[in-house]
Write a protein that binds this ligand. Structure first.
Ligand code: ATP
Length: 469
């Protein structure tokens, strides 16, 4: 194990949570009202990082693939969508109550902790049999007791009363979408008819999804309102397996390009496949609480389009223009959360580093293209108008091209530390020499090396540094 890995091991979830709040990345929702379980807000630097993650995904998936197009479907959909997809019937987690401390726990998680794997689609009865059989091995995560009530399935869809003016919306609810891909399936025909795409082609979408998650823990790993980046590739059944392999490789490479070390990701194959899936693998990341799912890469056969055809009556098929063969395409899905990517990147990049002078610094070693702020600009002293004026001019000359920050608070050392901790790749300082030689000091985050650059050359200098996507 390298020293860097040893150092990283010591950075736990608590440290990430406190850093995220202290430095304006992630805030607990509605904090002044005591918080709101498993809901979080992105702060000024968090929203920049999240936007950069989404931009990168969009570039890799849509911009770089001529046969993938984008979509932004609504969060609300006809309730029949969720009936057709099977969500109203079986999108649920089994829940049991600890008889000792009365906390509610997910039975699949309890079993998993005990080394027993439960199929996602198991009935209540089957889950209860497993629970009974493994009774001795189970431990309440809160109090350690092993006595649980019977498990009950708890549906994860979040209900709303949209458009229901009669007041009995609980009987006929609409739902906030539980996953973004249903919006893709129901627009398959619209996209096909309005573009010149031919199979195999994909539809990509980034957007919010909502789930009534039972256990509100592990920070932004499991939120009730979260954001997904999903791509559904529609293929001929004959080609599906080959295309599935290609996308598995592409999605693995994507994480390496995102700056994640390969020892921190691994493949996990689903042992118990949902009945319609042909093959399903997850990419797991080594979060502070262990390897957990970051992305799903799944071969879903023709299940989704067939179901929507059946329930809606619409023909969701494809006619091959050359052979005239008509068929229901098979779907290869890649599905990842913005929030889990965000947490993986903080886990990967946040480190505490020992300095040559004996001190330590916290530094967020994000790749420059992901950094919330690309360049920070400082006047050496805030009460010297000539320095402030020149620093402001530099800020103005760079702000059109990069996200910059002007900072004149505290001494230069402190300003460097602040920028290091939020991952800013470069700091520019205007000092007294700058007034005479028209040069500034540029300091690099990782090496902490400083170079003098002529003010008029600054923009070209930064242009060579790949700061943006
Ligand atoms: P898990 O088993 O961890 O609950 P899942 O298998 O239900 O996840 P999918 O339905 O496959 O997740 O969703 C695809 C992706 O969406 C996941 O890989 C994850 O990155 C993200 N995701 C799912 N649920 C949440 C959540 N509650 N909070 C944040 N991200 C989520």
């Amino acid at each position: 194990m390298t020293t860097e890995q040893e150092k990283k091991k010591t950075i736990g979830l608590e440290e990430i949570v406190s850093f995220s709040k202290r430095r304006g990345f992630v805030f607990p929702s509605s904090e002044i009202y005591g918080g709101f379980g498993a809901v979080y807000d992105y702060g000024p630097y968090g929203v920049e990082l999240a936007n950069n993650i989404k931009r990168f995904w969009w570039r890799e998936m849509v911009q770089k693939n001529a046969n993938i197009v984008g979509l932004d479907s609504a969060i609300f959909m006809h309730p029949k969508v969720w009936e057709a997809s099977g969500h109203t019937e079986s999108f649920s987690d089994p829940l049991a109550e600890c008889k000792q401390c009365h906390s509610r726990v997910r039975v699949d998680h309890l079993l998993e902790e005990a080394g027993v794997f439960a199929d996602e689609k198991m009935s209540e009865e089957e889950i209860n049999k497993l629970l009974q059989k493994n009774k001795e091995k189970l431990r309440c995560p809160k109090c350690g007791a092993s006595d649980f009530s019977k498990a009950k399935n708890f549906n994860l869809l979040v209900q709303s009363n949209l458009g229901n003016f009669t007041g009995n919306w609980q009987q006929n609810p609409v739902y906030l979408r539980g996953e973004t891909c249903q919006g893709i399936y129901i627009n398959f025909k619209n996209v096909l008819d309005s573009t010149r795409q031919k199979i195999p082609f994909g539809i990509a979408q980034i957007g919010k999804a909502f789930r009534n998650e039972i256990t509100a823990r592990q920070f932004i790993f499991r939120k009730r309102e979260f954001e997904q980046m999903e791509m559904q590739m529609f293929t001929h059944p004959r080609e599906a397996t080959k295309i599935y392999q290609t996308w598995k490789e592409k999605r693995w490479q994507y994480y390496l390009d995102l700056g994640i070390k390969k020892e921190n990701i691994r493949w996990h194959q689903h042992e118990n496949l949902v009945f319609y899936a042909q093959d399903a693998w997850d990419i797991e990341y080594r979060f502070p609480f262990g390897f957990k799912e970051l992305e799903g890469v799944h071969y879903r056969t023709d299940y989704d389009l067939s179901q929507h055809s059946k329930v809606s009556g619409a023909k969701l098929q494809y006619r091959d223009p050359k052979t005239n063969e008509v068929f229901t395409p098979h779907v290869i899905e890649t599905s990842v959360g913005v929030d889990r990517t965000f947490l993986a990147l903080l886990t990967e990049a946040y480190q505490s580093e020992e300095l040559a002078n004996g001190g330590t610094r916290a530094v967020l070693k994000l790749p420059a293209f992901l950094a919330p702020i690309k360049i920070a600009i400082f006047p050496l002293l805030k009460n010297k108008p000539e320095l402030v004026k020149k620093a402001r001019q530099i800020f103005d000359s760079l702000k059109n091209d990069w996200m910059c920050e002007f900072d004149d608070n505290g001494n230069i050392g402190k300003r460097y530390r602040r920028q290091d901790e939020i991952g800013t790749p470069y700091c520019v300082t205007v000092d007294f020499d700058s007034l005479n030689d028209n040069s500034v000091t540029v300091r690099e985050r990782d090496t902490m090396e400083q170079v003098r650059v002529k003010t008029e050359e600054l923009k070209n200098w930064f242009q060579t540094k790949n700061l943006s996507l």
